[in-house]
Design a protein around this ligand. Structure first.
Ligand code: PLP
Length: 398
């Protein structure tokens, strides 16, 4: 079926890359300009100013033409030295990949074990920092929204744990699947490096990633000893003032980024977060009505950008996803790492509305029937009932 044309739009309901709205596609579809010319400087300065409210930060934001993995590496090589200990929490597949990257760079990660069904354990972080009387741990690294599990971590609680331990470690947070989808506050939560990517809540194609940087991170940068060249913040920091990049920037993606910032500002970040919360709640009601289980076990930490659903024992999640793709032209997220074939993930983030969700859930429900997966009918209806209730409440307010 991949060979034949399918009428209508593909449903890209993986938890990123997300559907790119027409407005952003139109913005990208413009002539590439001279990145040393006057128009570019104006665009660059507008971008750097516009990014700050998205991260809720007052310091510089570094923009790389790279996937999120590049921004992970940049955060570490700019602030740390060979052999430094870093404290990481095993929230899932992405936390595990970040740890692997740290090891390859010659850092010494302490990996706090987790069951991939909860967020990072702030108490365990506090305890480990408390034992580190010599302050050998140089950074605490946490994934805000673990895309492989659909569990978030409480960053304010992690900050509090570091402060209460009186520990000087840097705090680094991966917001690749939460920025511009789930409430996030770089300055207020005292984050030193925020890592982000373009292809999820920012509604852009893959290819840009970000480091938002605190004063304390800039201080660490001055003495950090890991080798760095392409990722070095130094040259990139100048771009924050001039609007010009040290290398050839991804010009057309930056047109898209300017449009994305405008769109987020027009909707208002609080409304963007409320919309994601609503779609996540509707999705969980559908999953419950189907008689299936949400992977995340902590209701306070449910992700608003995606929901991972456990398959009933003995059922293949990958077979189910293939059937949904073939029959209904919708891509769902696969289980990653040790969750391979055990879960499927519904992405409900980015440029997404009530009817996109209704269509997505209808595709899942029809797919469950088609694949012969044991379930109850009526999940999509349960979600629709909730969305209608919420819409009624919103009409009353206006
Ligand atoms: N961190 C998280 C939470 C992610 O979801 C992803 C990708 O999905 C990454 C890191 C890696 O980013 P990338 O694949 O853009 O390199």
């Amino acid at each position: 079926s991949n060979m034949s044309r399918t009428a209508g739009r593909h449903f890209l309901q993986i938890p990123g890359p997300t559907n790119v709205p027409d407005r952003i596609l139109r913005a990208i579809d413009r002539p590439t300009i001279d990145h040393r010319g006057p128009d570019f400087g104006a665009l660059g300065r507008r971008l750097f100013a516009g990014l700050k409210p998205v991260f809720k930060c007052s310091g510089p934001v570094i923009v790389y033409p790279a996937s999120g993995t590049g921004a992970w590496e940049a955060a570490l090589v700019n602030t740390l030295s060979p052999g430094d200990r870093v404290l990481m929490s095993e929230t899932g597949h992405f936390a595990t990949l970040w740890r692997g990257l740290a090891e390859k760079l010659g850092l010494k990660p302490d990996f706090l074990p987790g069951d991939w069904r909860h967020g990072a354990d702030a108490e365990a972080i506090a305890a480990r920092l408390g034992e580190d009387k010599a302050h050998e741990i140089r950074a605490v690294c946490v994934v805000h929204n673990e895309t492989s599990t659909g569990c978030t971590s409480d960053i304010a609680a992690v900050r509090k744990a570091i402060d209460e331990a009186g520990h000087p470690a840097l705090l680094m947070v991966d917001t690749i699947s939460s920025l511009a989808s789930i409430d996030y506050r770089h300055d207020e939560w005292g984050v030193d490096v925020t890592v982000a990517g373009s292809q999820k809540g920012l509604m852009l194609p893959p290819g840009l990633s970000f480091n938002a940087v605190s004063e304390k991170a800039l201080d660490a940068h001055r003495t950090a000893g890991l080798p760095r060249a392409y990722w070095d913040w130094t040259a990139m920091l100048k771009a924050n003032e001039t609007g010009y990049f040290p290398h050839t920037p991804a010009t057309n993606l930056l047109y898209g980024l300017a449009e994305a910032i405008d769109m987020l500002q027009e909707e208002g970040l609080d409304r963007v977060f409320a919309r994601h919360d609503r779609h996540a709640e509707a999705t969980r009601r559908a999953v419950g009505a189907w008689g299936l289980e949400v992977l995340c076990l902590d209701p306070d930490r449910y992700s608003s950008s995606l929901t991972a659903v456990l398959m009933p024992e003995g059922e293949s999640a990958d077979r189910f996803r293939r059937i949904v793709l073939d029959a209904f032209d919708m891509s769902l997220g696969s289980g990653l790492g040790k969750l391979a074939d055990r879960v499927f993930r519904i992405g409900h983030l980015g440029d997404f509305n009530d009817l996109s969700l209704a269509g997505t859930l209808a595709g899942v429900e029809m797919g469950l029937a088609l694949a012969g997966v044991p379930h109850e009918k009526g999940g999509t209806q349960a979600a629709m009932d909730y969305l209608a209730e919420e819409a009624r409440a919103a009409v009353k307010e206006t």
